[in-house]
Design a protein. Sequence first.
Length: 214
Amino acid sequence: MTTLHLRESICRSPLRLAFLLIPLALACFALSPGAQAVSPPPDGGYPNGNTAEGNNALLNLTTGQFNTAVGLFSLTLNTDGDSNTGVGASALRNNTTGNQNTAVGTDALRNNITGFTNTANGYQALYGNNTGHGNTGVGAAALSGNRTGNANTGVGAGALALNNANGNTAVGSAALAANTIGQGNTALGAGALSLNDPDPEGPGTGSGNTGVAV
């Protein structure tokens, strides 16, 4: 082999090597854990953007869209409701046509039927809500007795537990816990306005009160 041919062969060798290594690198990347899809693949495949996982989750769905149900009996009676999320056993269990509700926790928003834009986070949070809308309950049994009240916020275990009125805000464990029909109250701190009894009509009926526990 002449010196010229030897040099050409040496120059070609790195190029040939590169052509051999590129497919090998691509094959390794395809087999790497980060590039693989999850196995087994997600269930998915439900029409109208719905997701369900758990016995009887979204069992009665008809035309509802973009619902997510994870847990035994979660959203099981939902038919036409849209954009609801139920995570936990019996979360939003009885919801039928309510929209844009979020329930995280066992029995959260369990009895909601037509209420909309409610958020419940915690065991039995907003448990009894039926037609109420725009409520937020965070904490075990927060707003658990609310059925038709609207625009209430209860943060803390048992906050506004018996409430069935509108526009109350309670932050703290058992804050405004006994309020029933009083409206427009604000309570901050554990046990604040727990009996809500500054009103002559009796416990749980006072409106427009502000209480701060110290």
